[in-house]
Design a protein around this ligand. Structure first.
Ligand code: XIL
Length: 370
């Protein structure tokens, strides 16, 4: 009987150990996490929405602190929120974010000072050039100086280019001419000497847009104005990651003396009829565009894991040039790709699922560091 009990106890111990160990391998918080695994390579960031900045989502709050070493506000530093009226600024949420970053030793990237989208209504109504110039100067100076040295970096200008490398038609181009990008950096440099300054865009890894981006950067540099880095947003599609163009771009931007960052990484899992991330482009909803509303096959998640692994292999190869990789959202349920460009879809672009559990892509990215 004694023998039986001890055999039983040994079997139970093995069983408990197996369950526990399996639990560990499935629970990233118990082992190394993304930010730890990559701490000697580059920062690992995430975009934060308002609920997350206010720490009202306990599961997200825990995961963010475990996994990420950098954050970018998804919306709350955009002009329409931070500068809603000509003479009124709303710094509440941005201040909270800065305090949160400080408290948790997480680097904050300000996003974004100058962008054609999410502008306050009053700015769109300004007719004369002088008033628009005043708005432009006041906005950059007031916002950038408030966070001078308190945030790590700014996306000073976002998405100023077309796909062919020419300047995008926007209120800024229309009212200020194509020097507005250099002027934005000049103002930001003055207001925020202790904060790094970046240009950010999507598809600027593609040859023509990259050429336009390089021209823009050289123009800023030739004017004697500081620019520290360039962000490639990285809104890519399953099975269509432009690896060759990404590598060429890392080298080309680095050759200009800039830090290179992947600033809004996600891998779109659903069909749509265009590439890129132009927020003005939309597509009508239709069931064929939402194939995984009730769940996504493991085989597709595995393909995504392979894409992410190959991307991170490339980032690691150039870890002397790549300083940050930021995901555009914490988990799949919180991704903007559930609502854009087609409303009401169920997308799966990130490393954590809707229950905050790590996906195959997470384990594939972690496996590179074993
Ligand atoms: C997106 C946000 O994720 C959405 O919540 C918002 O409705 C629209 O903007 N490129 C950018 C980001 O630089 O600011 C955009 O963020 C996504 C595309």
């Amino acid at each position: 009987m004694k023998k039986f009990i001890s055999k039983f106890a040994a079997a139970a111990a093995i069983l408990i150990c197996c369950v526990y160990c399996a639990g560990i391998s499935k629970t990233p918080s118990k082992g190394k996490t993304l930010k730890d695994a990559y701490k000697n390579d580059f920062l690992i960031g995430t975009a934060l929405n308002t609920t997350q900045i206010e720490e009202k989502d306990p599961k997200a709050a825990a995961l963010i602190l475990q996994q990420f070493s950098a954050v970018t506000p998804e919306n709350i530093m955009k002009a329409e929120i931070i500068h809603p009226e000509w003479d009124r600024y709303n710094f509440d949420l941005a201040d909270k974010l800065v305090a949160y970053g400080n408290k948790n030793k997480i680097k904050v990237n300000g996003h974004t000072l100058i962008w054609h989208s999410q502008l306050p209504a009053f700015a769109r109504r300004i007719k004369d050039v002088d008033s628009f110039k005043t708005f432009f100067n006041n906005h950059i100076t007031t916002v950038a100086s408030r966070y001078n040295g308190k945030i790590f970096s700014w996306d000073v200008v976002n998405e100023a280019l077309n796909e062919d490398g020419t300047m995008r038609k926007s209120l800024f181009l229309d009212k200020l001419g194509d020097n507005f990008v250099t002027e934005a950096f000049r103002l930001a440099e003055k207001a925020s000497p202790k904060t790094e300054l970046y240009y950010n865009d999507y598809n600027n890894e593609q040859p023509k847009k990259r050429e336009g981006c390089i021209t823009l950067i050289k123009k800023i540099q030739a004017a004697g104005v500081r620019i520290d880095g360039v962000g490639i947003q990285g809104h890519w599609h399953l099975g269509h990651i432009p690896f060759k163009e990404i590598e060429e771009s890392i080298l080309a931007y680095h050759a200009l003396g800039l830090k290179v960052m992947f600033t809004e990484l996600d891998i779109e899992m659903l069909p749509r009829n265009f590439q890129g991330a132009d927020v003005n482009q939309r597509q009508a909803s239709n069931p064929a565009l939402n194939p995984y509303a009730n769940g996504i096959p493991d085989s597709v998640l595995q393909q995504q894991a392979n894409d992410y692994a190959n991307l991170f292999k490339l980032f690691l190869k150039h870890k002397d040039k790549v300083t940050r990789v930021t995901f555009w959202g914490v988990n799949d349920g919180q991704s903007w790709l559930n609502g854009w460009p087609v409303p009401g879809r169920t997308n799966y672009p990130l490393l954590f699922d809707r229950a905050f559990q790590p996906k195959p892509a997470y384990f594939a990215v972690m496996a590179l560091k074993k």
